[in-house]
Ligand binder design. Sequence first.
Ligand SMILES: NC(=O)c1ccc[n+]([C@@H]2O[C@H](COP(=O)([O-])OP(=O)(O)OC[C@H]3O[C@@H](n4cnc5c(N)ncnc54)[C@H](O)[C@@H]3O)[C@@H](O)[C@H]2O)c1
Ligand SMILES: O=C(O)C(=O)C[C@@H](O)[C@H](O)[C@H](O)COP(=O)(O)O
Ligand SMILES: [Zn+2]
Length: 363
Amino acid sequence: MKEIKVQTTSRTYPVIIGKNLISHLSNILSNIELAPTKMMVITDETVSTLFRDRFERELKTIGIDYFFHVVPSGEKSKSFETYYECMTAALTNHLDRRSLMIAFGGGVIGDLTGFIAATYMRGIPFLQIPTTLLAHDSAVGGKVAINHPLGKNMIGAFYQPHAVIYDIQFLETLPIDEIRSGFAEVVKHGLIKDPLFVDWLVQHVHHLQQLKEEQLLTFIEKGITIKAEIVSEDEKELGTRAFLNFGHTLGHALEAALGYGRISHGDAVAIGMLFALYVSNQTFGIDLGYERMKEWFQKIGFPTSVHSSISSEQLCERMKNDKKSVNNEIRMVLLENIGTPKLVNFDEKTIYSLLQQWRGGAI
Ligand SMILES: NC(=O)c1ccc[n+]([C@@H]2O[C@H](COP(=O)([O-])OP(=O)(O)OC[C@H]3O[C@@H](n4cnc5c(N)ncnc54)[C@H](O)[C@@H]3O)[C@@H](O)[C@H]2O)c1
Ligand SMILES: O=C(O)C(=O)C[C@@H](O)[C@H](O)[C@H](O)COP(=O)(O)O
Ligand SMILES: [Zn+2]
């Protein structure tokens, strides 16, 4: 078992990583001094089918009243409709300000539940119990949100959990596409902070099938350590936290343009990271190993280009609405070097030209 501390202005909390951790849920709750009046577990249909019985056995031993609320699996549940239904369930079941919400699932469940916890009676405690590799990123740092058709995560808050309990036994059932999606954020953490780790990954990871438990643990611990450090110095993204958005300017635009859930978050971010590397090369006149990275991405199975059905005009319009954008400019996280990120503003015309060049189209 390993513990990484996240120390933000609003809350300090542990991220506990290990196997079979949920058997210790009762102890963990008392260690973080939580004695809730009731618990609401929000999960999705897939996770519920796979793990509800197992989780309920543990919940029953704690002796606190609880109930499950199960939402459809996938990105579409980060919606106002699902948010409203969850709120209704919380009210109908009489949760009070000392009740606890538990996010049991991947990043969708974490973001949704966190936003419900942040806004139910103006804020009640919540726990993250992640079940995907991607959630090494989403469960840590307190960005919680739902989507709007006009943009990803547009309705949300910064609201930290009381603890993250990362029980890696749940990862055993993850399909390869979801492993790949989570791996994109692992690569992102390396690219913005740790060149040696990136080199190690490129040299040692040739496919994502049948990863060993210790490899997964390395990815998770490295990613969380980097994220915890950044979030601890800049909880509300006033500066350096924006670096965690590397690859997301185009990535989020793609997710929204294609329709939420049509491409996984990680695949979209992988495409976005390649574009950001290309723009970095062009802007700083350096070679950051773009071709090597693209080949490696292809080998692993990431998509490496934008589908031709989406126009560059559409993408630029979406990128202008990104949360980092100020005064209608498009703000991208670039790399001056691997491990050295920098925020750079562009006008729409420049990004349009770069996007067209990168896509191999006419400017
Ligand atoms: N808050 C943040 O800082 C942050 C960071 C990164 C991503 N995100 C958000 O996270 C979301 C993506 O998260 P995700 O990829 O975990 O998506 P997800 O929660 O939709 O999970 C992906 C799929 O895997 C299934 N699943 C979950 N656990 C499983 C398991 N153990 N075995 C088998 N199947 C399982 C789910 O039912 C779902 O179909 C996006 O909305 C993204 O914007 C947020
Ligand atoms: O934690 C952060 O900060 C991140 O940017 C992590 C991202 O991986 C994540 O996808 C986040 O939800 C994006 O945030 P947003 O502010 O661009 O919606
Ligand atoms: Zn992300």
